[in-house]
Unconditional design. Structure first.
Length: 159
């Protein structure tokens, strides 16, 4: 069974986000071994300087790298990434016998991901040209991962 990791900067606080994520985690349990890893977001002042933001992204990037298992295919969610359809997302899910043992998705915090983390990823994925809270992006990504598995099995979930 494929291992899927969702490495996120920041902890879910709102019950409605937690409930939505829990629902997709439950649904995905039939398709993959899903591990959600939350990396603490570096605390910043109310008006951080560019240097403070860069330092925080660097620290968060180091914490992310430590959590990525070897033999992983890494997908970084970022505004610079390429938007993909749900069908294209389904093609990102490795088939049985693939050399990729782990599929890892990265979601940054309020200021995104460190540029080096994005550059090291195999795929840069954009969910939309619109801006979403990173906690909502987690729910949306989990739904799209679930949809990808449903597409690959030929289910009617994806219309």
């Amino acid at each position: 069974m494929l291992s899927v990791y969702l490495i996120c900067v920041g902890k879910l606080k709102e019950k409605f986000y937690k409930d939505a994520c829990a629902e997709y985690v439950k649904r995905l349990s039939s398709y993959c071994k899903l591990t959600v890893v939350e990396i603490p977001e570096v605390k910043l002042s109310k008006s951080p300087t560019l240097g403070e933001i860069a330092n925080a992204l660097d620290k968060e990037g180091d914490a992310i790298r430590i959590k990525i298992p070897p033999s992983s295919r890494v997908v970084a969610l970022c505004v610079e990434g390429r938007m993909r359809s749900s069908e294209e997302m389904a093609h990102m899910i490795p088939s049985q016998g693939s050399q990729d043992k782990h599929l890892v998705f990265l979601i940054g915090g309020s200021y995104g991901l460190h540029p080096s983390v994005k550059a090291e990823a195999h795929i840069q994925l954009s969910m939309s040209p619109m801006t979403f809270p990173h906690h909502l992006a987690r729910v949306m990504l989990l739904e799209q991962i679930y949809r990808a598995f449903k597409i690959n099995e030929g289910s009617s979930y994806h219309k």
